[in-house]
Design a protein. Structure first.
Length: 139
């Protein structure tokens, strides 16, 4: 497979450029948009698209290699080695559809994007705390 990811930058985010690239690859792996065997864009392609230093792209790819997510093949490119998502594509698609319905319901109830983001963030925070507490009880 030769799926390419299209990178984008948020220059005002305060997050280092190479980390933004790393995060986008991880995100695509979690969502199943990138699969093992897919090729990432070459450093030259990313530089042309984003007008950034080639060393920035290489640093991001080295970090992903260090994590075992990608590997470079001389003369061929950088390829995805493993996925991050633990659910099947079908399960992920169903959960996404459920979430789309939830967002639409929230919007119809009068919530705007910031309201929805705040609500999701609070639920994730609560879930994280509950998970941590239950792990501590087991240990």
């Amino acid at each position: 497979m030769w799926t390419l990811i299209e990178f984008h930058l948020d220059r005002g985010s305060g997050v280092a450029t190479y980390l933004q690239l790393v995060h986008q690859v991880r995100h695509a792996l979690r969502l199943g948009a990138l699969q093992p065997g897919d090729r990432l864009p070459t450093a030259r392609e990313v530089v042309a698209q984003l007008a950034i230093n080639p060393n920035t792209v290489l640093k991001a790819y080295r970090e992903l290699e260090r994590e075992g997510l990608v590997s470079g093949r001389p003369g061929q490119g950088t390829f995805v080695e493993r996925a991050l998502g633990r659910t099947s594509t079908g399960d992920r698609a169903q959960l996404r559809a459920d979430l789309v319905r939830w967002v639409r319901d929230g919007h119809q109830a009068g919530l705007d994007l910031e309201d929805l983001e705040a609500l999701v963030a609070s639920v994730l925070t609560d879930f994280s705390r509950e998970s941590r507490a239950s792990r501590e009880e087991i240990a």
